[in-house]
Ligand binder design. Sequence first.
Ligand SMILES: [Zn+2]
Ligand SMILES: [Zn+2]
Length: 261
Amino acid sequence: MSIHFRAIEHLDKAIELAESESLEHLRYAALELRLAIECLVYQFLPYYRDEVPDELFSEWRPQIILDALVDANPDLPHSHTLRMAPENAKGEPTAWYTMGKQTGLSPKHLRAAHHRLSNFLHATAEDTHVDEEKLRRSVEKVASILEPFRTDSVISNFAVRHSVECECGRRFSRRGRALEKSPLVRCPNKDCKRLWRYVSEEGQVSQWEMVSQEIVCQKCKETTYFSPTQVQPGARLRCSYCNAVSRLEPGVIVQLEPDAG
Ligand SMILES: [Zn+2]
Ligand SMILES: [Zn+2]
C-alpha cells in the first residue's frame, strides 16, 4: 500500500468518525487527520535522499521534515500538473496528455492544521472540558484542507540539479531553484556536515567550494580547516597534522580595554 493511499485512508476514516455525535469519535477523527498529514509529508522523503540531511529519516515531526523539503525544493508549496507529449520527426511535441497532478504542500497551512488538532489530543484536567464545537470545526476545517490531496496521482520530481562529492565521499545534490535562494548547502551525512558553497556551472560540471574555518592546533601550532557547521560548542576537532583532539567550549573572554584607566 502506498503511503499516499494510507494518507487518504486516514482522511476517509476521519470523515467517517466525524459523522458521529460522540466526542470520543471526534477526537479519534482528529488523530486520524494528524496521521494523514504525516503520511502526506513522509511520502516525499525517499525522493529527497540526496538533498536533505540524513537525520530527517529518523524524524517524525512533519513540520521539521516539510521545512527541510521546501528548503531543498522551493516549488513544493505550489501545485503542479505533469503533462507529456510524444515528439514528431522534427522533435516537436504533438498531442499533450495529462499524467497527473501534485497538490502544493504549504508549510504554513499544514503546520497550523497539525497544531490545531494536537490541542485536542491531550488528556484534560478534571475541572476542564473539551470544547466540542471547536473540535468539530477544527476537524471539518482540516479535512477540507486535505481533500485536494485525494486525487493526487504523481510526485513531480523533475528539476535542474547541481551535485558535488563531499570530502567524506558522499555525493549530494541541490536544485537550481534552491541555490538561487542560498548557495550554501550542508553535506547530508550526519557524521560530516561539511558546508559547501555552489559557485557556478562550467560546461556540464558544477563548481563548488568547501566553506571552511581555520583552527590552530594548540599542540603543534599547525592550521586545520573545518566547516563552520563542525565548529560548534562541544565539538571535538582532530588536528590533521598531529592527530590531537581539541574540544570546543563556549566561554566568556574578559579583556581590558586599551584606554581603561
Ligand atoms: Zn560530507
Ligand atoms: Zn596538531
